[in-house]
Design a protein around this ligand. Structure first.
Ligand code: SF4
Ligand code: SF4
Length: 392
């Protein structure tokens, strides 16, 4: 029999709320989803309407289930994995419609002729200050096709980061959803222990790409290290250099996004590689919400550590009543704790004082962001897939 530390965490009996109260608590999110998708109903065609209705129902139902069962991670996962797997569908279809291919010459990638990507936010700032050219996705000057792209990207990122902090990585980042899907697939971990010091690697990569990008005025991460080029756009392969780049992208994607999550049931790209995730961790310091541990209730069973997808918990951090800085507020630890020792917490209040209220306040912000950003991506992908159907 597996030891308690290695066993799959069993979920404690959920604190069910009444249906009426759950509906009442869900109402603001249902109205928000309607508000978000009202423009879709006014402007677009039938497929977009179907996509919008599907997403409104999907997001509202999941939020209702979070309210009804008191579980966060279990229901958030459905949204997040759907986002991860459907995002490339809409994105690739748009690229192919625009250019006839997913590949693009690297010069065009750097010149601003590409959609934006939040991954590069920490790498934008220094080159932008010196050259008025960001290292990717392109010119800081307005272009005809994308007049406010950079301003919009930084505005959206700042607003979302202030509301959710590092929870960006578990409610908004479509790349993380792909890993979470592969991590969810197997029933048991095949590899049970990874060296905790690996948590430091994303910080090293962040430092490396920021300094090198600033020195070279080149999108170092995008050109050499981004695993997600494999499922978005990639540099056209026409030389040994571009072939090596593609080889690196595919290897990183296969290893960190598919194989290792499958073997470890962890989000290995997020936990041990992603420089953007490391950067987002810094904003946990100013975010109002966090997970805390009630030492009087905790029995050191380690279920929460086993459940954490990014190894954001250590024995010492739990003893101190806190998570590590890289906690992305996914809620897996709270869901898995049978002693109610892991709780949502609003900074400035007493630990375990109305944790359900802290969870609710956090979820309103996080789910509103998820609906606005991820929901529109989902609706677009659903509409695209309907367009592929042989019957109309
Ligand atoms: S917080 Fe809960 S799940 Fe984590 S070690 Fe303590 S009792 Fe176990
Ligand atoms: S510490 Fe808890 S909330 Fe934070 S990432 Fe780990 S499981 Fe998720």
């Amino acid at each position: 029999m597996a030891s308690p530390a290695l066993a799959r965490p069993r979920t404690p009996a959920p604190p069910f709320r009444s249906i009426g109260r759950s509906i009442l608590l869900t109402l603001p999110m249902a109205l928000w989803a309607l508000l978000m998708f009202t423009p879709s109903f006014q402007q677009h065609g039938r497929n977009s309407h179907i996509g919008a209705v599907a997403v409104i129902l999907f997001m509202t139902t999941l939020f209702f289930l979070m309210m009804r069962t008191g579980k966060t991670y279990r229901w958030r996962r459905y949204f997040f994995v759907a986002l991860g797997f459907l995002f490339p569908v809409g994105f690739i279809a748009a690229l192919v419609a625009l250019r006839g291919t997913m590949s693009i010459p690297i010069e065009r990638m750097v010149s601003g002729d590409t959609p934006f990507c939040f991954m590069v936010t920490p790498m934008l700032l220094i080159p932008a200050a010196f050259t008025r050219t960001v290292i990717f996705p392109g010119s800081i000057l307005p272009t005809a096709s994308n007049p406010h792209s950079i301003a919009i990207m930084i505005g959206i990122w700042s607003a979302m980061t202030l509301v959710v902090g590092k929870a960006w990585c578990s409610y908004i980042c479509f790349f993380g959803g792909i890993e979470e899907g592969f991590a969810a697939f197997p029933k048991h971990m095949k590899i049970r222990r990874l060296d905790p010091r690996l948590r430091l690697v994303p910080w090293a990569i962040l430092l490396f790409v920021v300094v090198l990008s600033a020195a070279l005025f080149e999108p170092v991460y995008c050109m050499w290290l981004c695993p997600f080029k494999t499922v978005t756009e990639y540099p056209a392969v026409h030389s040994v250099e571009t072939a090596i780049q593609m080889g690196i992208f595919i290897t990183l994607f296969a290893g960190l996004v598919v194989v290792l999550p499958f073997l470890t049931k962890k989000r290995t790209q997020c936990a041990y590689f992603c420089p953007f995730g490391a950067f987002q961790s810094l904003f946990n310091k100013i975010n109002l919400f966090e997970i805390r541990f009630d030492r009087e209730k905790c029995v050191d069973c380690t279920l929460c550590r086993t459940a954490c997808p990014t190894q954001a918990l250590s024995a010492e951090s739990i003893r101190d009543g806190k998570t590590l800085l890289n906690c992305m507020k996914c809620g897996a630890c709270v869901d898995s704790c049978k002693k109610d020792a892991a709780v949502w917490h609003l900074k400035g209040t007493k630990v375990a004082l109305k944790p359900e209220r802290a969870r609710l306040l956090f979820l309103y912000g996080a789910w509103a962001m998820a609906t606005m950003f991820g929901g529109s991506i989902l609706a677009n992908s659903v509409a695209t897939m309907i367009g592929f159907l042989p019957f109309k």
